[in-house]
Design a protein around this ligand. Structure first.
Ligand code: FAD
Length: 535
């Protein structure tokens, strides 16, 4: 199997692994981009295409298909923030986020949804974002769908997804098929460990190689530490080189100077960098309104083998429970079926000792459905807050209030009912004290009485959004609709931290579309020529 990244390196791509630097350095470019995920990748592609000299800064390593061996023990420490065990400050929510070239897109599960119309309408009403609508964004989504091979997935769903389909059909709950950004997918089901066959059209394989082919420079294992500014403009970015372990600073420093700086370090990393830098924030909005689509999980024992680790994950979904109330009413939720792998499942599942072993023994017969709760719309769902720990690294506080628990209970009930309708022998909410229920009647009564509290009911998230929210005025947001910072003229934010609420849909395509628009506008401004992509 060809490895296009190793081929690119052999052909002379400018890649500097900062852990190998013998001394510090100062380098200059037109634009410095922090983070190489969904936002950073798209920005690097579009700006380099406009002839701008681009430097991309990534704190994780450069890894590629040769390294992706479908093993959790390799993938989590190498490719994820905190070895896939990043937590909110109270440890009640486990957060999956990528930390490698390509960011979370290298490890994500490929589900591709455009921003829902009701979300744009809410942003217009509450954040004055009248420039962003289904109509104004549709060509940007189309451009990115074309570029990243977002297509209907024609292969029959795996057994895990079939359980959702069967139960939903019995109960008259509509489901839909999820589009995926893959080209020649082998239907293996190991997307979360980096695609071993180069089928996933992540940033690692698309926009970043395009930028490197045009002469962009990629630094890896280089942590953006602080932006220097004066007189309303950023002059430089100070970075710390990391040791080969990818975690501890080596003591070597790199200073990057540029005309413009784009922050795309993800929705925890971006607000953290801006907080560390002490950028103007008179309304104290930076790091606030961080959203997670808090996820609750229902696990079922099916009579037949499910083998939920095999086959494309998340190919079917239901938005039925998003549509039961107004967007700012009781929280709605989206249902999907994630991939299950032994470490991921064992570390999420409740219990310990013999009880845990008993559940794990049934691993091949387990079906799991998850509910993504749509946070950020109800007046009592204000999300979390990124702040800095004593070491300058980010912490995320995310209070789990009553509106979340009320929705979590409805979601656990809905998922259990679907699983029993699909023929489950037993169902358990992923919750520290929940038993295995052996009938829907038992589950209905049990879940209604289950104490729902942080650390009892397991909450996870792979969708971090907000913290540098867009709005029409600096009283309501950190940046404007183009991602331009309200107080520093040559600073933009181009990633999931832009969203003023969550989305109620998996975020990657929303980031690609919005960032493509904003990067094209920025390219036009910096290069003085009209951007090629403007529809
Ligand atoms: C396991 C998993 C499955 C997912 N599945 C889906 C899915 O199916 N569909 C979907 O739409 N979305 C999915 N997502 C979410 C989606 O991938 C993310 O929303 C998206 O990639 C976020 O883009 P971003 O640019 O905001 O940040 P990221 O893609 O996370 O990129 C940020 C990058 O910045 C780097 N960085 C952070 N701080 C610094 C610093 N100080 N200096 C230098 N670099 C820094 C990080 O290492 C990272 O590489 C999934 C995510 C995960 C983790």
């Amino acid at each position: 199997m060809q490895d296009p990244i190793r081929a690119g390196l052999a052909a002379g791509w400018k890649h500097i692994d900062a852990s190998t630097l013998g001394k510090g350095q100062t380098v200059e470019a037109d634009v410095v981009i922090v983070g190489s995920g969904a936002g950073g990748g798209v920005t690097a592609d579009i700006l380099s295409d406009a002839g701008l000299r681009v430097i991309l800064v990534e704190e994780g390593p450069l890894r590629s298909s040769t390294d992706f061996r479908m093993r959790e023990s390799d993938a989590y420490p190498e490719l994820y923030q905190d070895s896939a065990a990043r937590k909110t400050t109270d440890k009640a929510i486990n957060i999956l986020q990528g930390r490698c070239v390509g960011g979370s897109t290298t490890v994500n599960w490929t589900s591709s949804f455009r921003t829902p119309p009701e979300v744009f309408a809410f942003w217009q009403r509450h954040f004055g974002l009248r420039q962003l609508s289904v109509e104004s964004m549709s060509s940007w989504f189309a451009v990115m769908e074309h570029k990243l091979w977002v297509r209907p997935w024609e292969t029959p769903p795996n057994q895990n997804n079939k359980v959702l389909a069967a139960g939903a059909e019995k109960l008259g709950i509509p489901i839909g098929a999820i589009k995926r950004n893959v080209k020649g997918c082998w239907n293996l089901g190991y997307c979360g460990m980096g695609c071993p066959t180069n089928a996933k059209q992540s940033m690692l394989l698309t926009t970043i190689p395009a930028a490197l082919n045009r002469g962009a420079t990629l630094y890896t294992r280089l942590r953006a530490e602080r932006l220097r500014f004066s007189g309303g403009r950023i002059s430089a970015l100070d970075c710390q080189a990391l040791r080969p372990d990818g975690i501890h600073p080596s003591g070597k420093r790199v200073q990057l100077r540029a005309r413009h700086f784009v922050v795309a370090a993800g929705a925890i990393g971006s607000p953290a960098l801006l907080l560390r830098s002490g950028v103007p924030d008179p309304h104290r909005l930076l790091g606030t309104r961080t959203f997670l689509h808090p996820v609750v999980i229902s696990s079922a024992l099916m009579p037949e083998r499910v083998d939920a680790y095999a086959g494309a994950p998340q190919t079917l979904y239901s938005d039925f429970f998003l549509q039961q109330a107004a967007i700012d009413g009781p929280l709605g939720f989206k249902l999907e079926t994630p991939p299950l792998h032994p470490v991921l499942y064992a570390t999420t599942l409740q219990g310990f000792g013999a009880a845990h072993v008993a559940l794990m023994r049934e691993f091949t017969r387990v079906n799991v459905i998850l509910a993504l709760l749509r946070d950020g719309f109800h007046p009592d769902s204000q999300g979390g807050q990124v702040r800095l720990g004593g070491d300058g690294l980010p912490l995320l506080d995310y209070p789990l209030g009553e509106v979340i628990w009320e929705a979590a209970r409805r979601a656990l009930l809905a998922m259990a009912e679907i699983q029993f309708a699909a023929g489950a022998r037993a169902v358990t909410p992923v919750h520290e004290t929940a038993p295995l229920y052996s009938s829907w009647a038992q589950a209905k009564k049990g879940i209604a009485e289950l104490p729902l509290k942080p650390l009892l009911c397991r909450i996870v998230s792979a969708h971090v959004m907000g913290g540098c929210g867009m709005a029409d005025t600096p009283q309501r947001g950190v940046v404007d609709h183009r991602g331009r910072h309200f107080w520093l003229g040559n600073l933009s934010v181009h990633d999931g931290s832009l969203f003023p609420t969550s989305l109620g849909a998996n975020p990657q395509l929303s980031i690609y579309g919005l960032v493509a628009r904003n990067a094209a506008l920025l390219a036009a401004e910096l290069s003085g020529r009209p951007p090629p992509l403007i529809p």
